[in-house]
Structures are given as C-alpha cells and as structure tokens.
Design a binder for this molecule. Sequence first.
Ligand SMILES: [Fe+2]
Length: 239
Amino acid sequence: MLSWFRKQGRGKAPSSVEAIQLRARDCHSHVLPGVDDGSRTLDESLDMLRLLQDEGVHRVIATSHIYPGRFPNERETLQPVFDTLVESASAAGLTIELELGAEHYLDDSLGPRVESGQHIEFGPERYVLFETHTFDQVPTSLFTTVATMRDRGLTPLMAHVERYQYLSGAEGWEVIEDLRAIGVKFQVNRTIGKINVPGEGRRGRMLEKLARAGYIDEVGSDLHRATPEGRPYAMPNGK
Ligand SMILES: [Fe+2]
C-alpha cells in the first residue's frame, strides 16, 4: 500500500496525469461502526484505521452521514460511538489520530441546523463538510446555506466535488467560481485504481480542471470498507 502513497505538498496542483493522493489528514471517511453505510462493526473500523495508517495518514476525520430520512445521526448519537472507537484504537496499538466530524446532506434543513449550532465542525478551519444531490440542477438552498455557514465564521467544505452533474460543463464551472468567491472550499476523493483518475471520464475531467485551477483544498478517502477502494457493494443513490 505504501508503494502508491506519496505525501504531497499542500496547495500543489498535480498535473493532468498525476493521481490525487491522500494527505496526512484524511478529511472524509466513514470509519464509525454501525451509524451509516460505512463500517459495520468495531473490528471493521479498526481494520479501516489500520489501512489508512499504513498508507501514511496521521489523522482521520470521522465524517459519518447526517442525512435526514436516511441516516438521522446527531452529535449525541455519534459521540459515544466515536469515543469507543478512540479507546479501541488506542488499545489495539494504533497511533492514527481521530477527530469527530460529519458529512452533512444539504437540504432545506441544513441552514437551520447550522444556525442553531446542531452541525458538527472540525479542524482549525472550522470546516463543515457537506454533500448535495448529484443531479443536473443546482440545489435550491446551496448558496443560502453556505452563506449561513460563512456568516457564522464556519468554512463550508464541499464533499467529492468531482461527483456533481450540475458542476460539469461551462455553466457548472461558473457555479464553481461563484462558490469559490464566497469562500467555499473543495474536497475531492483520491484516485484509487481506475477510480477518479484525472482526465478520465466526467469525474476525471472535473478533477483535472480543479487541480489545474488550484481548487483542490482537501483530499479524502471516503472510506466505507476495509479495502483500498473502500466502497460498500451498493451505494445509496447509485453513488
Ligand atoms: Fe462520504
């Protein structure tokens, strides 16, 4: 695994042919057991942490889904699971550090959630990681919600930016520029095998454009399973 992991300087945009590599901090993972479509057991979580540690990750943010109607998590449900995983990882001799975050689904409830302080932020950046639907219409509450985050001193971090149809093409790029202009940061998923290869396919072309523009702020594993690809067999919404 170490053979393909190479630490890369922050802010350094890879060329069109370079893979997107994990960095020392993995900002997107589903390592908490039994709370979403990620890890299913504590043992599986420990295997996932071991995998990331062996790949050179020093700190992993546990970003379980908070997705109304699908994964109705709250800080109160995630914190005890997180605390147990931290204790178990230490007992297992793992040195990788853990921090609690969340992957918020953006719908009309996210703005009020942030206003009432019910979101989960992480890092010195006060990141709020959020995902949206993947279709070709810009989500109606996208700009108002990120404005609410900015008003509260938070940093909106858009998850796997390469994935959204409404950001592809020339019109989509204008949306990207508008989001940058109001302080949105971008997280992309790493290249792994034939997945997310810059320049290849719609997602790969988006990764290449983002890299060339210097718009890749964070890289995530989006790890769901204790395998290098890390995906569950069936993803919600065909993801
Ligand atoms: Fe995710």
